[in-house]
Design a protein around this ligand. Structure first.
Ligand code: PLP
Length: 623
């Protein structure tokens, strides 16, 4: 299995070794409460003070407030609460302060969601209005110019998490000044830290939230900058920590770790500079172009962070790319929110007016400024390998001369496709029109001979497929090799009926389905340790990788040094006959997360195999 190359830094990053060390010290030797007046507390207070000072220097925040908190979502809440409370107070005094809140169209959901929440809760009654972006993903300054005089609060981001597009903050600031906008201004700086220069005190920005985990600090620690004189209302009240700005005993492990990251930023020598990061990205771009000649990049590279790429490959869904990349050990993410089966278009790309197919199939590759050239080179090699794996047929014939059987499972309804690679012909059984279309697309060029329903008694009673045939007898369809035009019961490889499919002269297995409910999932799962013990005790166990052919092509699986045989889940029944004939031998099904292998083990148990297991948690936990 491949080692991991982490290219999802915009989601979160690993933790800098110096930050781990600082956090460990804060929990070990320097565990004090910084509010305590004794020596143990003083030591912790010194760590807190040093982190604060480093934060001010790195953010260029020489006046105003800087407070540590749990992260950007909290910082956004605090900024929103502060701004809306100020608007409410101004209105109560009869002062004009604008009636709009302008929200950048590509903001992280934390911004519009918290604005809607607090606007409702505080009864501010402000109109929340989207500030559109142009095709490059940058805020429409013409729209801003028209609306800024009526705006009470404006929320924009420094750089977008999906596309990396860097906002024109100077341009926005100029518009706000020229229009004498009364608006308070929040800039979500989460993706900017360590990647863009920051001089917050010199800007008109009123609020700037940050999250430590986007730049090598742990999750659960962040900071908020509030400009000198900007309205402020604490979100958390209590013991008066952080100068009364954010109560609650400080997260000292997180603060110490973030302090170490800030110190590394300040001192230089740890993180790579803009030019080097651009060179890394250029290598990835070249590798993607070589691997996928039609690839399109969804944001202009010149306007994006040098650490972020967002692209789409025509004809390849992001879910498929992600699966294959993951199998190759390349951790990337969908550019859009993506459910298991269907990619939802990205609201960020939609806001930029990107074509729907690109928005729905976008992939984001992002790395942090600690990346080394070796990882970039290895990533480039794997991108090429993934492109080759994606060329593999989705449904390859597995046994020469015999028809293959693929199962299509949609919303609980199982349909089947028999296909013969030699004649390029196929027969559909119980496939509704939509899955049938999908199945044929996978078979690409196969001729559909017939589409039958297992419950129907109509249509031709014999449909030949190569040397074999599907024969209707009463209320079942049998499939196998004919002898003198007759399909002997023992020659049937598969039997289809309204109750499902049975296998190879195995009406015994079919009937065995009655007992299926007895096998509940728990009893079929082996955790990683139990699986290794099982393999040691039963060395003849067959490990079966039920991921699709392409995933297996991109990254084969082995466990305890034993290579897994790839039989995609859709082809399980086709192969089950072989395993049922040898049911003293254990089967250990594996996949990425444990979901597909659990289905495979259940199916084999239902078919009567007593020794079918699934690796719980998949290779994700066994690696
Ligand atoms: N803003 C941006 C631009 C982000 O990328 C994120 C995290 O994905 C957030 C805000 C929220 O940060 P957190 O989840 O750390 O609070």
């Amino acid at each position: 299995m491949h080692s991991e190359i982490y290219l999802d830094a915009n989601a979160t990053s690993p933790v800098l070794p110096a930050a781990v060390k600082a956090a460990t010290a804060a929990m070990d030797t320097c565990f004090g409460n910084p509010s305590s007046s004794h020596v143990t507390g003083l030591r912790a207070r010194s760590v807190l003070g040093a982190a604060h000072a480093a934060a001010r220097r790195v953010l260029g925040a020489y006046d105003g407030r800087v407070m540590f908190n749990s992260g950007a979502t909290e910082g956004i809440q605090t900024a929103v609460l502060s701004a809306l409370c100020a608007v409410r107070a101004q209105r109560a005094r009869g002062q004009a302060c604008g009636e709009l809140v302008l929200i950048g169209a590509t903001e992280h959901k934390a911004v519009p969601e918290s604005l809607a929440h607090w606007n409702r809760l505080l009864g501010t009654g402000l109109e929340l209005r989207v500030l559109p972006v142009d095709a490059d993903g940058r805020h429409r300054l013409d729209v801003l110019r028209a609306l800024a005089p009526r705006a009470a609060f404006i929320c924009t981001m420094a750089a977008n998490n999906e596309t990396g597009v860097v906002s024109d903050l100077d341009g926005i600031e100029q518009v706000l000044r020229e229009t004498a906008s009364p608006a308070l201004w929040m800039v979500d700086c989460v993706q900017a830290l360590g990647k863009l220069p920051l001089t917050l005190s010199a800007s008109r920005i009123d609020y700037a939230p940050f999250s430590g985990h986007k730049l090598y600090a742990p999750k659960g620690i962040g900071m908020l900058y509030v400009r000198e004189g900007a309205p402020f209302t604490p979100l958390m009240c209590g013991g008066g920590q952080e100068g009364g700005q954010r109560s609650g005993t400080e997260n000292m492990a997180g603060i110490a770790a973030l302090g170490a990251v800030l110190q590394a930023l300040e001192q230089g020598g740890t993180f790579r500079g803009h030019g080097q990061l651009q060179a890394c990205r250029a290598r990835l771009v070249a590798a993607l172009r070589a691997a996928f000649p039609d690839v399109v990049f969804n944001a202009p590279l010149a306007l994006a962070l040098p650490t972020t790429l967002n692209f789409s490959v025509p004809g390849v869904a992001s879910a498929d790319l992600l699966e294959v990349f993951d199998a190759a050990g390349l951790r990337v993410s969908a550019g859009s929110a993506c459910s298991a089966s269907k990619a939802a278009p990205s609201y960020v790309l939609d806001a930029m007016g990107v074509a729907n197919w690109r928005s729905a199939s976008a992939v984001r590759m992002s790395f942090g400024p600690l990346i080394d050239d070796e990882d970039i080179e290895r990533a480039c090699e794997r991108i090429a390998a993934c492109a080759r794996a994606l060329q593999l047929p989705l449904l390859a014939p597995m046994q020469a001369g015999c028809a293959g059987l693929a199962q299509f499972d949609r919303e609980g309804a199982a349909g089947w496709l028999l296909f013969n690679a030699a004649t390029s012909e196929c027969i559909a059984i119980d496939l509704a029109p939509a899955p049938l279309e999908q199945a044929q697309a996978m078979l690409n060029g196969y001729r559909l001979l017939a589409s039958v329903s297992s419950a129907s008694r109509h249509g031709a009673p014999v449909i030949a497929l190569g040397d074999e045939a599907l024969v209707r007898e009463g209320d079942v369809w049998r499939f196998g090799r004919l002898d003198n035009g007759v399909l002997a019961p023992q020659a049937a490889r598969f039997v289809f009926s309204a109750g499902g499919v049975a296998i190879a002269g195995t009406l015994r297995h079919h009937q065995g389905q009655q007992g299926q409910q007895a096998h509940h999932a728990g009893s079929m799962e082996l955790g990683p340790d139990a699986a290794r013990r099982h393999l040691a005790q039963h060395p003849d166990t067959l490990i079966v990788d039920v991921r699709c052919l392409r995933e297996a092509g991109a990254g084969p699986i082995s466990l305890n040094g034993q290579a897994a045989l790839n039989v995609p889940l859709a082809r399980l029944v086709e192969h089950a006959a072989l395993w049922l004939d040898d049911d003293a031998r254990s089967l250990l099904f594996v996949c990425r997360s444990g979901a597909r292998s659990a289905r495979a083990a259940r199916t084999l148990r239902q078919l009567g195999h007593p020794r079918a297991w699934s690796l719980a948690g998949g290779i994700a936990l066994a690696d």
